[in-house]
Design a protein. Structure first.
Length: 134
């Protein structure tokens, strides 16, 4: 479990900024505006950031759901840890807004996020995180 002060930094790639249209899958049609924040595997394991496989399909605050505020105060909501790197895996590979794959797109637009920008994810408690462009 993540503790207050734990954090990680990622560098944005085109796939993070354009997930809905810049994809390597044909499981559904393109959807403009979808965005996500990746969770590197080492941090998913270190901080026990899991997906719904590990929580029995339930959303559990502090395990796969986190209250989130951007450092600039523009975004407030809940991020859900989702996906995995192997079928049936328990560790999440990305954060997106719970029930809204487009909501992070609004914040990314607000901060004028570009490929190679860096985003820091910091825990302010075991259930709360802050996101910021650095």
């Amino acid at each position: 479990m993540a503790n207050t002060g734990d954090s990680y930094v990622i560098t944005l790639k085109q796939s993070h900024l354009g997930w809905g249209t810049y994809r390597y899958t044909n499981t559904r049609g393109p959807v403009s505006g979808e965005r996500y924040i990746p969770i590197p595997a080492q941090y998913a394991r270190r901080y026990n950031i899991v997906n719904s496989n590990a929580t029995g399909g339930r959303d559990i605050l502090g395990q796969n759901i986190f209250n989130c505020t951007s450092a600039d105060g523009f975004f407030t909501g809940q991020l859900k840890a989702q996906g995995n790197n192997a079928a049936g895996g328990n560790y999440a590979k990305q954060f997106s807004v719970n029930n809204d794959l487009k909501a992070l797109g609004t914040w990314f637009a607000h901060i004028n996020a570009q490929v190679n920008d860096r985003i820091r994810v910091t825990w302010t408690s075991s259930t709360d995180i802050t996101i910021e462009k650095i």
